[in-house]
Design a protein around this ligand. Sequence first.
Ligand SMILES: Cc1ncc(COP(=O)(O)O)c(C=O)c1O
Length: 384
Amino acid sequence: MPPRIYADNAATTRLSEKALEAMLPYFREEFGNPSAIHSYGVEAKKALEDARRRTAKVLGALSTEIFFTSGGTESDNWAIRGVAEQKGGKGGHIVSSRAEHNAVLKTLEKLEGEGFETTYLEPDRLGRISPEDLERSIRPDTILISLMTANNVTGTIQNVKELARVASLRRVAFHTDAVQAAGHVPVNCRDLGVDLLSVSAHKFHGPKGVGVLYAKIPRLPPPLLTGGGQERGGRSGTENVPGAVGLATALEEAAERTREAPGALEALRDRLISGILEIEGAALTGDPVNRLPGHASFVFEGIGHSARLVNSLNEAGICASSGSACSASSQEASHVLLSMGYSPREALGSLRLTLSHENTMEEAEFIIEKVRESALRHRTRPAT
Ligand SMILES: Cc1ncc(COP(=O)(O)O)c(C=O)c1O
């Protein structure tokens, strides 16, 4: 196979060597069940609690506010369904936005069928939610606000601190999906002032199938999964000890990387953006300033469906995405771009290139060259 350049880090990332090494003993020698009282159980429990403490430290939380889950989807489901159940389970009003991930939107859709009412805020052209709009949307029966920290399609970072402040002043629980943000920009739960926050390890070079729900005391929602009462009764199921160890290690490593080489990834991203914007018909999507450090996303005028562009790039050895990973194989325009005011035709021409610290400037230059070639090849009509 020819050399490949991986530029789809918003979909998932390579597991870090350090995280893998840290996990291996808990598959091999120390494979115990943390609930067991013998020495294998004790060692596993120690590792789990150590991982919880380290995770809490990076996320600006208490250990008792960190609950390990199977990933971002479960954390989002637990936060939203949990609050709905906590508030009686029979109705109430929830505020969110049209630009959220489907883990939030589909959960809300189900709750609508169960008698809950929802208001979806419209982001602006850059993907930002206005605190004033949020303020206006809150009703006496509003039980929850769920707004993401950073968007998976455009990389736009919200002013979550301000949005959470609005919620707090109106005494409404605030959940944020920080799956794309954690490990990429500082995420400090206490400082953000949120009640509930979702994290997923595979987005920051941790393993797949493990995540976190941060729940500020005493905001822990009732469990989604019932059974043996693990995670202090919050989430039943034998704990994924290697996963938790891998998550904590990768999260610490990511925080260290940003401390030690601030701006390194942004420099790669900015070169990619400036190079691609020189291509006729290309436009940046999302906030040009407040965006994830490795996230470059575009729409291309006049190329039709960007899957053709992604396929050509793949043939050149570049792994990119036409939008979000979950909708990459569908022919539908991204609901995120539509919510930001793009027409279906514009949104179909979207390309997402998401870099990590493993990418190089040479790769960025190569990507620019290949995107230019592919865009020219697929242009069906002149850009206007
Ligand atoms: C913003 C956002 N939320 C939630 C998820 C789901 O996370 P997981 O894959 O860990 O279930 C993703 C994954 O693409 C995401 O980007």
